[in-house]
Design a binder for this molecule. Structure first.
Ligand SMILES: [Zn+2]
Length: 134
C-alpha cells in the first residue's frame, strides 16, 4: 500500500450508514460505554467489507492489536475510557493488513478522512497516531 488507502464502495456505504445512524444522531447524547459499542459495530461492519477474519475484543488501557497466537483468534484491545474511532480503525488496519505501522495508518486515515472530513480537519499527530486536538 502506498499513499492513503482508498476505501471501496462497500466500505464507504458502511461508513455512511454508521455515520447517519450513530455518529450524526445518538452519539452526542450517550456515554463512553455506548460510544465504544457503536465503534465496535462500525469496526465489525468494515471488517466484513474487508473480508477480514474473526477477532476478539478486550477492554484494556490502550489500543493495541495481538496477532493470532497458537490457534487463538487475534485480539483488538481498546482503551475503554477513551472511545476513539480513528484508533479503532488503526487496529482494524493491523487486522486486515498486518503489523506494518504505515499500512495500518494509511488504512485508518484513508477511511477516517472519507467518512469524517470535518473531524479529520481537527486531528493532529501524536507519535504515529492521529488524535483529536486538545
Ligand atoms: Zn499500530
Amino acid at each position: 500500500m502506498s499513499g492513503l488507502y482508498v476505501p471501496t464502495q462497500g466500505e464507504l456505504n458502511a461508513l455512511k450508514y454508521w455515520k447517519s445512524n450513530y455518529f450524526d444522531s445518538v452519539w452526542k447524547g450517550v456515554g463512553k460505554d455506548d460510544r465504544m459499542g457503536y465503534i465496535k459495530r462500525l469496526i465489525s461492519d468494515l471488517n466484513a467489507e474487508g473480508r477480514g477474519t474473526q477477532y476478539r475484543w478486550t477492554n484494556g488501557s490502550e489500543y493495541s492489536y495481538l496477532h493470532t497466537h497458537e490457534g487463538n483468534a487475534p485480539v483488538i484491545s481498546v482503551d475503554a475510557g477513551n472511545p476513539s474511532i480513528i484508533s479503532a480503525l488503526h487496529e482494524l488496519g493491523h487486522h486486515l493488513f498486518g503489523s506494518d505501522e504505515l499500512d495500518a495508518c494509511r488504512y485508518a486515515i484513508g477511511l477516517f478522512k472519507a467518512g469524517f472530513p470535518r473531524a479529520f480537519e481537527k486531528l493532529q499527530w501524536k507519535g504515529h497516531l492521529l488524535v483529536r486536538a486538545e
